[in-house]
Ligand binder design. Sequence first.
Ligand code: CO8
Length: 260
Amino acid sequence: GTNYATILTETRGAVGLITLNRPKALNSLSPELVAEVAKATAVYDADPSIGCIVITGSGQKAFAAGADIKFMADKSYMDMHKQRAYSAEFGAIANVSKPIIAAVNGFCLGGGCEFAMACDFILAADTAKFGQPEITLGTIPGLGGTQRWTRALGKSRAMELVLTGEMITAQEALARGLVARVVPAAELLDDALKTAAKIASHSQPIAALAKTLVNAAFESSLAEGLRLERMLFYSTFSTKDQKIGMKAFIEKQKPEWTNE
Ligand code: CO8
């Protein structure tokens, strides 16, 4: 496979695994790391043998402890503006059609948390800690933190966390719907890979439509979202896989998807 400097990639069956790998800096997001993640997700997205992507952090301590503070410390307004604060890379990741699971081990802070929230869903180790500590550094979230926390937690708790910079536990993140499930830290990667394998066992174009619709629920009115859902639901009847799936059910067979 491709050689990367700040991430590790490996395929496990139909699952593409990306490990953020700057353990000495708690996997904080350097420009190189974000660019490599954008590239690796695009490579998996284009690979027909891959049906789902898992992103996790190397080591036990962190998923990602934020954007790289050492890289940002001396930047000017124009430096940040020209670099677009990773928005091109985040845009590229948001355009991936295959589902992306963030398997969050340990600290998930600042830009790291914004990155996890930009994935399709989060599985958290029981040791995970989530927060937006930017305010303690004299800055504010810049990659979705104020928007996605508020949608997930409601205004009051999101406001409190963004203004205090305090972290929440995996249990609270679960109770408030920020994460899909919490699992013992030692089982996180296995669980994420198993979940991803199950997703990857379905028709890829159909999974892509389902993912698109759930994400659309965050960006549209209910009426608009329902209309889009109905249109895309009808569109599945133009695929071979819908015919294959329903025929297999009726004949009590396992479907053999064509991804068409
Ligand atoms: N950037 C760079 N290095 C980091 C970062 C980071 N975000 N986090 C940790 N490190 C480094 C430390 O400097 C330390 O390096 P060294 O050994 O060379 O001193 C090493 O990782 C280990 O960290 P600690 O010694 O601090 O470990 P502790 O166990 O004592 O503490 C914490 C762990 C609590 C996670 C602590 O490291 C911490 O608070 N980290 C910073 C968290 C933070 O503030 N994150 C927000 C960053 S700002 C941001 O993300 C803005 C996003 C907006 C997008 C902008 C795009 C350009």
